[in-house]
Design a protein around this ligand. Structure first.
Ligand code: FAD
Length: 255
């Protein structure tokens, strides 16, 4: 890989972060395969510049221009694996848009991630902070992730327990820069109960007949509730909520 090849210089990141900050990357590359990712990392190492992984830029704040190589993870893949009975495993490339993946699963009739609708960003960044909303977290459905381990140069599979998930936390935060997530596998089901205990969802569905509820109905409810609360970052750049939501979960029987 040469500077004049896949890697571009002095690239604006203004449209690549949800706050719309007009920072520039000294070097920039968008990778669509694991091989291209390997080449980009090797180039950064040879050029002695720090790489920065970029997904959708919705959880990054640029304090100025970035002096190293920004690697945008754009690995696309979406397929079903091991469909058996009511369950199926959804395989997603790290560069897939998270919200579109939720709608894809929900419109296929599979449950498990519908409460995570409208969370901005990519699939690959989702395990980093174990994204969560409305009573559901990524760890509830994640089977494993595939990643490039920069320490060894090997491709590794980390099962759910090896990701050490907790509230908005994971091994990826504790060993920053070590793993580049390239693929995520989720176990979804056609019959698992919906998670509707969160207060806003209880209120939304209050008085409705829930017998024929579909995962798409739940995703739509989550989208409606979220749109009432937060401006659309596409229209008005914002950082979402940047506090940890400790006390807002509705406990059954509390109203
Ligand atoms: C309006 C708004 C609402 C939000 N609502 C929620 C919410 O309800 N719940 C919630 O949990 N979060 C929420 N967030 C936070 C954000 O959506 C998540 O953190 C999301 O996972 C970030 O994805 P991204 O692709 O934009 O990551 P980026 O901002 O691009 O990157 C975030 C971090 O992950 C690293 N990273 C990116 N890709 C990879 C990869 N493939 N492998 C390893 N590391 C990688 C980056 O280097 C960086 O450190 C919200 C943000 C906004 C702006």
């Amino acid at each position: 890989m040469t500077r004049s090849g896949e890697i571009r210089e002095n690239v604006s990141l203004g449209t690549m972060n949800s706050l719309g900050i007009e920072a520039r990357a000294r070097y920039f590359v968008s990778v669509t395969t694991v091989e291209a990712l390997r080449r980009a990392l090797a180039w950064a190492s040879e050029a002695s510049v720090e790489p920065l992984l970029l997904g959708g830029g919705s959880n990054l704040v640029f304090a100025g221009d970035y002096p190293g190589l920004v690697i945008r993870i754009a690995i696309a893949r979406r397929c079903w694996e091991q469909v058996s009975g009511d369950e199926a495993t959804l395989v997603l490339g790290a560069g897939e848009n998270w919200h579109e993946s939720v709608l894809y699963a929900a419109s296929s009739g599979y449950r498990g991630i519908e409460n995570l609708a409208l969370i901005p960003g990519t699939v690959g960044a989702a395990p980093v902070q174990n994204i969560g909303a409305y009573g559901t977290e990524l760890q509830d459905t994640l089977v494993d992730i595939r990643a490039l381990d920069r320490q060894t140069g090997n491709e590794v599979v980390l099962t759910n327990s090896l990701c050490h998930f907790s509230y908005r936390d994971s091994v990826f935060k504790h060993e920053p820069g070590r793993y580049v997530i390239t693929e995520v596998r989720l176990r979804l089901s056609r019959t698992r109960p919906f998670s509707l205990d969160y207060r806003d969802l209880c209120d939304y569905f209050d008085g409705q007949d829930l017998r024929d509820l579909t995962p798409l109905d739940v995703a739509s409810a989550v989208m409606a509730v979220r749109r009432r609360k937060l401006p659309d970052p596409e229209q008005l750049p914002n950082a979402g909520s940047f506090f940890k939501n400790q006390l807002c979960q509705w406990q059954p029987g509390s109203h």
